[in-house]
Write a protein that binds this ligand. Sequence first.
Ligand code: G6Q
Length: 555
Amino acid sequence: MSTSQLPSVDPTRTAAWATLQSERDALSGTHLRALFAADPGRFARFSLRLHGLLFDYSKQKVRAETVQALLALAEQCGVPAAIEAMFAGARINATEDRAVLHTALRDGSGGPRMVQTPAGAEDVMPAVRAVLAQMRAFVAALHEGSWRGATGRQIRHVVNIGIGGSDLGPAMVVRALEPDWLPHCRVHFVSNVDGAHLATTLAPLDPAETLFVVASKTFTTQETLTNAHSARAWLTGALGEDAVAKHFVALSTHEAAVRAFGIDPANMFAFWDWVGGRYSLWSAIGLPIACAVGMDGFEALLHGAYEVDTHFRSAPLGENIPVLMALLGVWNHNLLGSTAHAVLPYDQSLERFAAFLQQADMESNGKRTTRDGGAVGWSTGPVVFGEPGTNGQHAFYQLIHQGTQVIPCDFIACARSRHPLGDHHDKLLANFLAQPEALMRGKTEAEARAELVAAGKDEAAIAALLPHKVFPGDRPSSALLLDALTPRTLGQLIALYEHKIFVQGVLWNVYSFDQWGVELGKQLAGAILPELQGGPAQVHDSSTAGLIAAIAALR
Ligand code: G6Q
């Protein structure tokens, strides 16, 4: 294992942890309402601005002393050194012996960015810029029509075939940037090995106008290769073998496998082992984004992320938004005991954001082994979930308001809509503001009683209804307010969460950039497949064997 792994620190044995436990006890009898009432400057004290973006954490259950203790925890767990190690290209993904350098993909400084290799330090920027130039030329050719399909027709549909990190990020971004889509070319995503996904996507498309982007870092992923082979059969069935050259490109780190599939390496867009799958939308994996919004749009996305990278690397911890997001998450999860975290964008364009974050967060920090190979003695990583508001309000918010568990929420909104329509956006924002206020304040018995009296209820009805109408409040949330959802602000938003996740991994003393659980899934399905296809039976538990037999009987 690399010697440049991050040091292993038990967060619960730091002095700051003990202070935080005292803070928890000190705050336990104090309602968030009281914290607001006691300090008219609370919003100003607990909010930060960055390039037009506002982060408000004043509705978190903290006071100044709590924040000080959280910042001390970051220091004592080595967060500043870890940030620097990541940006310096150290091989901090120690279990895979790799650097973590997705920030280089969006580095707009014009300077070098070094990756530490066993042979010494190497500047990655010439290769990064070369791929960006290759992407720019390809996207221009596609949109201008100089890259045409095998029959000479212009490409109207780009189908990205990938899964996990090679799907979720680009799919989320393309969906989010719908107002920026260029005309004449639509981008589609196929990820699931369920044949329905490919079949229903291809059904309305014409092979002569369709280009496939096979996105796979390893180019060995079963689902992606299965979909890619079926897509190839669909294409060659209509246009012949020679059509592959004009209808398939690859995004990968694995040139030999791309060649073996039959894609000319000239049509391959490379990236590198220091780009983690779930952090790869900034790399060649972002090609479908560039196809959808153009290369200028893609570079604006990179620029937004670069602005946050600069902030993350240079801002003092107390003014550092991703660091504070991470620390508040640890406070809620480890000290206050919440087990879930809701991400609630009041923006329909961000309908895939929670799904993207689920992977980024839960695959990164869903770990139980410390950096020195021991068992963690603290909880790592809440369950992340979410849906756009206001839809979620009519579904699962009930549990957030009145359930027995406290679920901290991130409320995300844009001040301006890209789809202005009557007073829709005012109503959306009214809900974005009302929900966290209600979670914070709750509704006291006296307030609930007054409402019931005003509604004309008699005393018996009031007595029966009152316990159900009380809301405890004191439920924490943060707000992220953007100007409008553009490539640049979306880049900022994603990078904030990426760095939050990184800091939490440092605090929880886990390796955030491996994913052995994903690898396990890849192994297990590969072992069972031959059995489903008539191969010899293997030894399984009785449930798995029973299910295999039942499938065979049904087919
Ligand atoms: C991401 C994970 C995982 C990966 C997919 C696809 O961080 O490693 O989600 O992205 O399994 O892998 P390939 O890109 O290699 O096909």
